[in-house]
Design a protein around this ligand. Structure first.
Ligand code: NAD
Length: 265
């Protein structure tokens, strides 16, 4: 028999009535797709974006299967693109309870070379798309979160330790995690919570840009105490918890979803 829920917890995991924006769905395999499905499953109303017309059908394949209110193009390299998304959310909803930023990019030649060889332009582009766009989204979301809210970024352990072939994305994710901590401190007084979720390696389109990614997957499965790879559903479960009222006193964290791989030296 199930114990009755303590009154303080009743309804806290439910996302009904919450409005959330999901940035970074490329296709069914995207981490953002797993998160969008988890948010929707718990009752959230969603907006999502696609990179360009070529990507749109693959993103729509995910969002068509969900209640998704708003689907708009967004390329964070283009000035005004993120702003248009938030303008439409303001017009349609007038508020936002959470957003997930699951966007990353580094130019191939910089990603595949040594960090010390990275070009200034490649480094700047990777930082802009993968890190500063999170801060821009945070700034645009802030006025829509009058009753508090949650902002989520997605990072990787290569930020802390040198992971073979992760290269330039290591320093970029380190900057993203630090940005999350500063944003959490700055926005906390407004009841806005900010986190980075740190999944173990998952086979996605972005991951296929990392050299020898299959070796990273094999090592993660062999080394992680749970001896299994995290799935996008595992990431979705954590993301949905973090945006729920059950996580109301948690902010500024980097939380691994990696079967314990981060524990190992
Ligand atoms: P993915 O390819 O499914 O998603 C990456 C997304 O970034 C795509 O939707 C792409 O359109 C978007 N993007 C790239 N450039 C953009 C731009 N200029 N404007 C707007 N969107 C842009 O891959 P994923 O693995 O789901 O990646 C999502 C996040 O998860 C990334 O931050 C990635 O670094 C992170 N991550 C991935 C793994 C993994 O092993 N797959 C592990 C840890 C963290």
């Amino acid at each position: 028999m199930r114990a009755p829920l303590a009154p303080a917890l009743a309804g806290k995991f439910d996302l009904s009535g919450k409005h959330g924006l999901v940035l970074g769905i490329a296709n069914e395999q995207s981490i953002a797709a797993g998160c969008a499905r988890a948010f929707a499953c718990l009752g959230a109303t969603l907006a999502a974006t696609y990179l360009n017309e070529k990507a749109k059908p693959y993103v729509a394949a995910v969002t068509d299967a969900l209640p998704c209110d708003i689907l708009l193009p967004c390329d964070v390299r283009e000035s005004g693109s993120l702003e248009s998304v938030f303008a439409e959310i303001t017009r349609r909803w007038g508020k936002l309870d959470f957003f997930l930023h699951a966007i990353a990019f580094a130019p191939r030649e910089d990603l595949h070379g040594r960090v010390v060889d990275s070009s200034a332009a490649g480094f700047a582009s990777a930082m802009d798309i993968s890190c500063h766009s999170f801060l821009r989204a945070a700034k645009l979301a802030e006025p829509l979160m009058q009753n508090g809210g949650t902002m989520l970024a997605v990072t990787f352990y290569g930020s802390e330790r040198v992971v073979a072939h992760y290269n330039l994305m290591g320093p970029v994710k380190a900057a993203l995690e630090s940005s999350v901590r500063y944003a959490a401190a700055e926005l906390g007084p407004k009841g806005i919570r900010v986190h980075a979720i740190s999944p173990g390696p998952i086979k996605t389109r972005a991951a296929s840009g990392i050299e020898r990614f299959d070796e990273l997957l094999a090592r993660a499965a062999a080394d992680a105490p749970e001896h299994q790879l995290a799935t996008i559903e595992d990431v979705g479960g954590l993301a949905a918890f973090l945006v729920s009222d059950a996580a109301r006193m948690i902010t500024g964290t980097v939380i691994p979803v990696d079967g314990g791989q981060h524990l190992l030296a």
